[in-house]
Design a protein around this ligand. Structure first.
Ligand code: FES
Length: 146
């Protein structure tokens, strides 16, 4: 490992890693262990360091995800507007919970941090589309459109 990848306390610098990881996800949908190992080899970082960065960001999945990724905000403003009812509504419709993918690979459900739509709490995104002011009753109609 080169010295310029070390910080003052010997920890590896992961600065600049995000664009490359994001590009890999755009090409391959998620970061497999093999992909992260290749990135580690190219950058001189350890696999643990690459995994640590990737697993921190919700938009860098480290396991296969469904065709449609449902991201439900679980931060306080959304939580106070009954996110659990939204998650339960999703569970009733497609029988998965947070961190799970439907057996047909159509949906993955994730709990994420604030998406910047606090004024529409509770909020979720499906792929790149935002849905706000959610209720459990709205969930079925939204999911049927996918
Ligand atoms: S707290 Fe949920 S979108 Fe901001």
């Amino acid at each position: 490992m080169s010295d310029k990848k070390k910080t003052t306390k010997g920890a590896e610098s992961t600065a600049g890693l995000l664009p490359g990881l994001k590009s890999e996800v755009e090409q391959k949908d998620y970061l497999s262990k093999e992909t992260m190992a290749a990135v580690a080899g190219q950058t001189g970082l350890t696999l643990n360091s690459v995994y640590g960065v990737a697993s921190f960001y919700a938009y860098l999945p480290v396991s296969p995800v469904g065709k449609n990724v449902i991201k439900v905000c679980s931060c306080l403003p959304c939580e106070m507007k009954d996110v659990p009812a939204v998650v339960e509504g999703i569970g009733r419709e497609i029988a998965i919970g947070p961190g799970q993918t439907t057996p047909d690979g159509k949906f993955t459900l994730e709990l994420v941090s604030c998406m910047g739509a606090c004024d529409q709490a509770p909020a979720m995104m499906i792929n790149d589309k935002l849905y706000g002011d959610l209720t459990a009753e709205k969930i079925a109609g939204i999911l049927k459109s996918y």
